[in-house]
Design a protein around this ligand. Structure first.
Ligand SMILES: Nc1ncnc2c1ncn2[C@@H]1O[C@H](COP(=O)(O)OP(=O)(O)OP(=O)(O)O)[C@@H](O)[C@H]1O
Length: 359
């Protein structure tokens, strides 16, 4: 197996009569052999364009793509040995599942018939398609089609595997099972993999590292823990985490506190220059209701959830509401007065102007 490297990779789409779109603006990434990288970002940030360039389905505007240390950027898609499972599965309707799987293999090199059959059965078994080998794509559910698409990418024994929303059409239960299978298959077979997903849980649970992208630029690259616990900027903090982090504008008071309103001061993990405008980030699970001390607040809403509750609180004089995860047995009434305490060690501080984390 081999690693993947992107150097200064760029893509500008140019269509006549329209302004150019800088979809990918100079990406540098290096994946170790066998590593699974999750690519996360809002719609339109350039995730699919990046994958399509790596696969050779989209010409690059600039930069280089290296597989196992060798540049593949000039090679056509068929000569890159990159397996792709994209959301629009593009299966051949007249062919059975088995034939769809065999097709990728046969088209690539002239494999012996017996070998092809064996490989098809092996891979079908791995992704749970054994009973469906004779079915036609039209008779399959969306989730089953996604499995075929995944199997077809895997059967080629690619150097690099690119998965674009591979589990998006599965229901919650199937997604859980398939996610675990996918992780096992990827580790067993050791593919260097990029996974694009909208599903943060999927990315956090599957990926060795995560790249968070916005407007064609990687905002942060790190392990799931690094991304979640030490977001590099306000965008990453806000994008990763469900329910989302609360971001409160404030002014540093110079003594490891920030003033959020005339009456509310909050402790910071470190001193910040007095008068500096900051944004204080608090994740819902890092703040709790307390009987004494803490900050006074009013309950705006409380949603009981299955394993916990979610309270929306108004701190005195603070415009933005604070979201707090509550214990399952807690019941709160609208307008009830409560007190909340945030652990300053888990409080995030960003520069209000640049959005960058202060550490
Ligand atoms: N063929 C194209 N021609 C012109 N612009 C394009 C083309 N394909 C994508 N774009 C633009 O490039 C930008 C990045 O698109 P891309 O599909 O890579 O984003 P994405 O992160 O994959 O989004 P999504 O999550 O919605 O799939 C967007 O602004 C999009 O409108």
């Amino acid at each position: 197996m081999t690693g993947l490297e992107l150097r200064e990779l760029r893509k500008t789409y140019r269509s006549r009569g329209r302004p150019p779109v800088d979809a990918v603006r100079g990406i540098d990434l290096s994946l170790r052999s066998g590593e699974l990288l999750g690519l996360l970002g809002p719609s339109g940030c350039g995730k699919s364009t990046t994958l399509r360039m790596i696969a050779g389905l989209e010409p690059v505007t600039g930069g280089d793509i290296l597989v196992g240390g060798a540049s593949v950027v000039e090679r056509p898609a068929q000569q890159r040995n990159i397996g792709v499972a994209f959301e629009n599965y593009a299966l051949y309707p007249p062919l059975s599942v088995a034939e769809n799987l065999a097709f990728g293999l046969k088209a690539r090199r002239k494999a012996a018939r017996g070998d092809v059959d064996r490989k098809v059965r092996e891979i079908a078994d791995r992704v749970g398609l054994t009973g469906l080998l004779d079915a036609r794509p039209a008779g399959l559910s969306s989730g089953q089609k996604q499995r075929v698409s995944l199997a077809r990418a895997l059967i080629r024994e690619p150097d690099v595997l690119l998965l674009d929303e591979p589990l998006s059409h599965l229901d919650a239960a199937q997604r859980d099972t398939t996610r675990r299978e996918l992780k096992r298959i990827q580790k067993d077979l050791g593919h260097t993999t990029i996974l694009v997903t909208h599903d943060q849980e999927e990315a956090l649970s599957l990926a060795d590292r995560i790249a968070v992208m916005k407007d064609g630029v990687i905002q942060q690259l790190g392990t799931p823990y690094e991304i979640y616990d030490s977001p590099a900027n306000v965008f990453v903090a806000d994008f990763v985490g469900e329910p989302a982090i609360t971001l409160l504008p404030g002014i540093a008071t110079g003594d490891a506190h920030a003033r959020l309103s005339d009456s509310v001061r909050i402790a910071l993990p470190m001193p910040v220059d007095q008068g500096r405008e900051v944004v204080v980030g608090i994740r819902p699970e890092d703040v709790r209701l307390t009987a004494e001390g803490g900050l006074p607040a009013r309950v705006v809403a409380h949603e009981p959830l299955l394993e916990s509750g979610l309270a929306t609180l108004a701190l005195d004089g603070v415009e933005r509401h604070l979201v707090v995860l509550t214990d399952p047995e807690v019941r709160l009434a609208h307008d009830e007065r409560v007190r909340v305490a945030a652990d300053p060690r888990h409080t995030h501080v960003f520069d209000a102007e640049t959005g960058d984390a202060l550490r």
